[in-house]
Design a protein around this ligand. Structure first.
Ligand SMILES: C[S@@+](CC[C@H](N)C(=O)[O-])C[C@H]1O[C@@H](n2cnc3c(N)ncnc32)[C@H](O)[C@@H]1O
Length: 430
């Protein structure tokens, strides 16, 4: 039986959806803890939610091998499903952890009041720390001196928080504050600095930004907590830093233990599609998370293949050959991405229970003007690993935060619209 608050939330949710609609044009995508932090190519919660409602009603465990900020983990947890997520990006994991943590509302509320008081008084004494942040080589290029001063002061407030979970709540608000008060252009995922003219006028109210984030997130935390508190034994969320291309250790997941996988893998390698590492670099460095600069090289497709592999997908082999004829280097980049995807899907298939589902949300990107049919590739690869095809739902992308243009030819100045459609490929283990 679903408890009242949870049932009310899910019903409200359902009203705005119908079974044929996967676009969710008017849906509110920032309710509950989904409001906490932006992230490139975030899945919208309604997709994960609807997949659980269609295929996961009886599920005990969700696995998301590319959990990012934990959208599917949150949606699983509010339905009483335990969740396990892995991602190589430490900032994404930190956000996912925060989004799935039912914070102690009283503690967080008290500390927000304390922070407001301090912020109103423009902080206690100004912190004198060496103005160096490990992981940011040219600090003054990315932040104005007065911004650095305020960020240092806020960071030392956060470091003094004794309780680890409450500290986590503040770290997430701080991470977005770092991004917004940096000299990087708004609405970009890569690190581009404001123009000289823009920079002259740029004078962010760092404490004001932090207070606004704290208050917004506090509202989300209360909504989430109200739902989770209704469960007699609250569902867990476990999040690991793990490369999806490697064998999944039994301590994380044993074979045939997962009821449903709901995930959105990257569209391609970080260099030519979404640079998750670059997006996270400044925040991760300020938060002293591990190796902020290295991430992109380790993500899917990050290490270049040296030969053109043949894949168990004719559709893919054909497209790679077409690309190779015009540009061998680009063909090899494509191969390296699908090599990694293949390895990770093999691992994912192993941990799914018989009759369990996998739902992959993917986009078909263009390389050298040629569309790569990832929706078909997912089906072909999974069929090699004992999975049966169920259905593909197609949705247009009205509200996903993606770079609106990219350079599929990799030539400077040659931009094309990125994908306008996503495919939700559903498979079932035999
Ligand atoms: C499309 S995003 C997932 C977004 C997520 N669904 C959300 O709503 O926030 C893809 C994620 O895959 C992660 N990733 C890429 N390559 C990986 C790998 N080899 N192992 C684990 N995670 C990887 C990236 O760090 C990124 O967070």
């Amino acid at each position: 039986m679903l408890a009242e608050a949870q049932l009310a939330f899910l019903q409200k949710h359902e009203k705005s959806t119908n079974l044929d609609d996967w676009t969710f044009r008017k849906a509110k995508t920032r309710e509950l803890t989904h409001c906490y932090h932006d992230y490139p190519a975030r899945m919208i919660p309604q997709i994960a939610g609807k997949l659980f409602d269609l295929f996961g009603r009886e599920s005990g465990i969700l696995f998301d091998p590319y959990c990012g900020t934990g959208t599917s983990l949150v949606e699983a947890n509010i339905r009483g499903i335990n969740s396990i997520g892995t991602d190589l990006n430490p900032l994404a994991r930190l956000i996912a952890r925060a989004k799935t943590t039912p914070f102690c509302i009283e503690d967080v509320g008290n500390l927000i009041t304390q922070f407001n008081r301090v912020a109103l008084g423009d902080m206690l004494s100004k912190i004198k720390e060496p103005q160096e942040i490990y992981g940011i080589t040219n600090l003054l290029f990315w932040f104005k001196p007065e911004v650095i001063q305020s960020l240092l002061t806020i960071r030392s407030f956060i470091k003094e928080i004794k309780n680890d979970t409450t500290q986590l709540f503040f770290q997430i608000a701080f991470s977005e504050t770092v991004r917004e008060s940096s000299n990087t252009r708004n609405g970009e995922f890569k690190l581009y600095r404001y123009s000289k003219e823009k920079l002259e006028k740029f004078s962010p109210d760092v404490y004001g930004i932090m207070v606004e984030k704290l208050q917004r997130n506090f509202k989300g935390a209360k909504q989430y907590k109200a739902i989770i508190d209704n469960f007699k034994s609250p569902p867990f969320a476990k999040i690991y830093g793990f490369n999806s291309g490697e064998n999944i250790p039994h301590e994380i997941l044993s074979p045939k233990s997962v009821d449903i996988v709901v995930t959105s893998p990257p569209y391609g390698d970080s260099r030519t599609t979404v640079a998750y590492g670059q997006y996270s670099r400044l925040s991760a460095a300020w938060l002293e998370l591990e190796e902020p600069a290295q991430i992109d090289r380790n993500l899917m497709g990050g290490s270049r293949s040296t030969k053109i592999s043949k894949f168990p997908s004719e559709a893919l082999n054909e497209k790679i050959e077409e690309i190779r004829l015009s540009n061998e280097k680009r063909a090899l980049e494509v191969v390296s991405f699908y090599d990694d995807l293949y390895a990770s899907m093999k691992n994912v298939a192993k941990v799914i229970k018989p009759r369990g589902y996998s739902c992959y949300v993917v986009g078909n990107r263009k390389v050298a003007g040629i569309v790569l049919p990832t929706n078909i590739v997912i089906r072909d690869f999974f069929e090699c690993f004992g999975m049966e095809y169920i259905e593909t739902f197609i949705r247009s992308i009205p509200n996903k935060r993606m770079p609106s243009k990219n350079s599929p030819s990799n030539k400077k100045g040659k931009l094309e619209n990125t994908m306008t459609k996503e495919y939700i490929v559903v498979m079932q283990k035999k």
